[in-house]
Design a protein around this ligand. Structure first.
Ligand SMILES: Cc1cc2nc3c(=O)[nH]c(=O)nc-3n(C[C@H](O)[C@H](O)[C@H](O)COP(=O)(O)O)c2cc1C
Ligand SMILES: C=C(O[C@@H]1CC(C(=O)O)=C[C@@H](OP(=O)(O)O)[C@H]1O)C(=O)O
Length: 387
């Protein structure tokens, strides 16, 4: 399975083509849209998210609600496009917007792709960079991940996420899958501990008031993935490596770890490796410090991925930068931005992981149609149970 996304942040739409899905998977635009709604929200998001109502339309690859085995095309329209018609090279419908948006952007924001993207593609109007470097693209990636989650659900594999920290307010608790599940439809701060939730909202409010922005840490958990997804035999087949690439490629993500993560550096081996046991259900582990991956392969325990998002680069309190035309220093002023997108980004992270798990499943159990896939995975689960 592979996919491509296309679309500018203020262009008419985002487009996704997913190739390699088996035939016979039940798929509706509404089911995908539900996941997009979760990404759109979250405490700390800016005005743009009040304009959009991300809705998925299926344009190919599905008939009578079932995948055909042919490429699936999804689109998400940008409602904000109508305010940006002029700037996107189409006639404006709102004069005020036209005047405002005619401006060529020559002032790069520190921490965004603006300056280096301009240098690289020789764009002197930095809007040509930011239209595509914007995290608007993550809506397309969530649409792909939503399809993957629907496929994985058919195989009894489930994926959840939660926020672990925002701006230094940390939720250090250990939670059951049921507790994490219970917060999964929330699009507020997506933290399990309600007292900490208020602390995080207060922290976001304070940062916003100060013209600043915040990052944080998220956790994704995958339950019931069969052992043996991924492979130890070659670097680009290692599933931990693939998940890390996918997660780090999300806008503003700067770190990824598995299980106990960076804490492992300070722990003795006896407290890190997960002891093996066997009973009537097959093999399992007495602990899950490694987060479900050994040798680049799933080991049957929950996969636990931790990821760190840096603070949003666009600041109301401006940082020093240089105008690329005048070469003079300036203190940037901005029109709008998110001040914290960690809750939204936790949903993106969950869907990036869902894609990598679904891709690994389809590589391991190559199938043209769903029954073939479920038969193969059932037989595999039984074989490894008795191994
Ligand atoms: C869901 C989400 C929303 C974001 N919203 C903004 C935003 O409103 N303003 C902004 O400057 N950056 C925002 N970002 C982050 C930038 O897109 C990102 O920092 C930029 O593309 C540069 O990439 P890098 O930080 O990975 O180097 C957002 C990221 C995510 C995941
Ligand atoms: C549009 C989305 O996020 C955007 C990501 C983003 C950025 O610079 O990454 C900047 C903001 O866009 P705008 O400049 O239009 O206000 C966010 O709203 C979205 O998540 O769907």
């Amino acid at each position: 399975m592979r996919f491509l996304t296309a679309g500018e942040s203020h262009g008419p739409q985002l487009t996704v083509i997913i190739e390699g899905l088996p035939a016979g998977l039940e798929l509706t635009g509404d089911a995908i849209t539900q996941e997009l709604f979760k990404r759109q929200g979250g405490y700390g998001r800016g005005r743009r998210m009040q304009i959009e109502k991300d809705t998925v339309e299926i344009m190919s690859g599905v008939r009578h609600g079932l995948t055909l085995g042919s490429p699936v095309t999804l689109i998400v329209k940008n409602d904000d496009h109508k305010h940006w018609l002029n700037i996107m090279g189409v006639e404006p419908i709102e004069q005020s917007a036209q005047e405002e948006m005619k401006r060529v952007i020559t002032k790069p924001r520190p921490g965004h792709a603006d300056l280096v993207g301009g240098m690289k593609y020789n764009h002197r109007d930095l809007r040509n960079v930011l239209e595509r470097s914007s995290a608007r693209e993550t809506a397309a990636r969530v649409a792909v991940g939503a399809v993957c989650k629907i496929l994985l659900q058919q195989l009894d594999i489930e994926i959840f996420s939660r926020v672990k920290s925002i701006g230094g307010v940390r939720d250090e608790g250990t939670y059951s899958i049921e507790q994490i599940k219970s917060k999964n439809d929330s699009n507020d701060v997506r933290v399990i501990n309600d007292a900490l939730a208020q602390g995080m909202r207060d922290r976001i409010d304070a940062a916003k008031k100060a013209g600043d922005s915040l990052g944080g840490e998220v956790e994704v958990t995958v339950v019931n993935a069969p052992p043996g997804l991924g492979s130890y035999v070659h670097f680009d087949r290692k599933l931990d490596g693939r998940i890390a690439q996918s997660v780090i490629s999300i806008n503003a993500f700067k770190g990824v770890s598995f299980g106990e993560g960076f804490k492992m550096a300070d722990m003795p081996g006896s407290e890190v490796q997960d002891a093996i046991m066997f009973d009537e259900h097959g093999y399992s582990r007495l602990s899950n410090h490694l987060g479900g991956l050994e040798g680049g392969m799933t080991n049957g325990m929950p996969i636990v991925v931790n990821a760190v998002m840096k603070p949003i680069p666009t600041l109301y309190k401006p940082l020093q930068s240089v105008d690329i035309e005048t070469k003079e220093s300036y203190q940037a002023s901005i029109e709008r931005s998110d001040s914290c997108a960690v809750p939204a980004a936790s949903i993106v992270c969950e869907h990036a992981v869902a894609y990598e798990i679904a891709r690994a499943v389809l590589e391991e159990f190559q199938s043209n149609y769903m029954e073939q896939l479920t038969e193969q995975i059932t037989a595999h689960r039984e074989r490894v149970r008795q191994f």
